[in-house]
Design a protein around this ligand. Structure first.
Ligand code: PLP
Length: 384
């Protein structure tokens, strides 16, 4: 029988089932104790003062931009090489994205790229950085630049839990950081997200906007000493709260986060050891120690030497039973952004070079060495 190696596989432990049962037995399925517990554990894990659970990373990004003060007509720097959620939230607030190129092979925004962009667009006051693939950007250097130019930073850490840079956890370094617990991310709640911040005002604003603009946690009245029905509405907020059923899964996943991460690191190290002899295959560039990388993705790029196209290579791998994906088709190539902002490919030389040949290899804890050898052999057969 041919081996089938899917692109992604969700690892689920025993405690997820146990905590879900506790929620079901409690009779309270939406936001309450389990969500509070998940927020507290997550904040402790990261070393962040506040953590706010929401029902997606997209919601966290939206609330984060709002809390940073993005208003209609504002401009926000955002990398082109990301998922559309990173940029669409700018449009939710009727602000406009200004797309940036990223470094080849890391797909990160560098201080050099940013500095050049600031000189061309001195009116931009916000920046979203993406810790692409699970590798943190050089936030300290970027913060210095942004401070100088009055730019506020939002971190999209959808790929980057748990990750570090210079010994500091992603989520504890910046003003606002957003995580994803979507089904195929490094830990999952099915659908879910988390926003971390050290700023009390931002935390308050996010908590209010997360639940209809209500000025208190609505579930307080069921847990408070003195139950009270009364609340005030101070804004037209959103419905972005995380249900306890999801938080239950998150609590179980959080306990295993480092184990999952180190298994993915094993996979990445196998790929570096076994694929670096293929001249037409560019492997991801590392700026951090492998222990500090979340290893959400293992994106590779077929370069000019490749005997076949990216799509043909992915088809051949599929024939060998190996699932792959693409992260990403850059946003400057997507109809909505391309047409609305009249974007030109030549303004994104690194993203273009990447997009020409990029695809992502499977990377998840349960991949066996036998499966990894099969992937390596298939790639050697196709490309050498
Ligand atoms: C997955 C992802 C998101 C959105 O996460 P959701 O939890 O699905 O809303 C945002 N940014 C990036 C880079 C992602 O990969």
């Amino acid at each position: 029988m041919p081996q089938i190696i899917p692109f992604a596989k969700v690892p689920i432990g025993e405690n997820e089932r146990k905590y879900i049962k506790e929620v079901l037995d409690s009779g309270w399925l939406t936001t309450a104790g389990k969500t509070l517990e998940f927020e507290k554990s997550f904040a402790e894990y990261i070393g962040a003062r506040y953590a706010c659970a929401v029902n997606s990373c997209t919601a966290a990004l939206h609330l984060g931009l709002d809390a940073l003060g993005v208003r209609p007509g504002d401009k926000v720097f955002v990398p082109s090489m990301t998922f559309t959620a990173t940029a669409e939230v700018i449009r939710y607030l009727q602000a406009d994205p200004v797309f940036l190129d990223t470094e080849y092979r890391s797909n990160l925004i560098t201080p050099e790229i940013l500095e050049e962009a600031i000189s061309r667009h001195p009116d931009v006051r916000y920046l979203i950085v993406v810790h692409y693939g699970g590798q943190a950007v050089d936030l300290a250097a970027i913060q210095v630049l942004c401070q100088k130019h009055g730019i506020k930073i939002l971190e999209d850490a959808a790929h980057a839990f748990p990750a570090k840079r210079e010994g500091k956890m992603v989520g504890a370094m910046g003003e606002v950081c957003c995580f994803s617990f979507y089904a195929n991310k490094t830990i999952t709640t099915g659908e879910g997200g988390m926003l971390t911040t050290g700023d009390e005002e931002i935390y308050k604003r996010v908590k209010t906007m997360r639940l209809h603009g209500i000025n208190r946690d609505i579930w307080d009245r069921f847990t408070a000493q003195k139950p009270s029905w009364e609340y005030d509405v101070v804004e037209a907020g959103y419905k972005y709260n995380m249900p306890d059923l999801a938080a239950a899964i998150g609590l179980g996943q959080l306990e295993q986060a480092e184990q999952f991460r180190s298994e993915r690191q094993r996979v990445a190290e196998f790929y570096y050891d076994h694929l670096s002899d293929i001249p037409c295959l560019d492997l991801p560039l590392l700026h951090v120690h492998p222990n500090d990388h979340a290893w959400h993705l293992f994106p590779v790029v077929l370069n000019k030497l490749s005997p076949i196209s990216r799509n043909d290579c992915m088809d051949r791998l599929a024939e060998a039973g190996i699932g792959t994906s693409v992260h990403y088709k850059p946003l400057h190539q997507m109809t909505y952004y391309k047409e609305r902002y009249k974007l030109k490919p030549e303004d994104f030389p690194n993203a273009e070079r990447t997009w020409h040949g990029n695809f992502s290899l499977p990377i998840y804890p349960s991949l066996t060495n036998k499966e990894l050898r099969h992937i390596s052999e298939a790639l050697h057969q196709i490309l050498t």
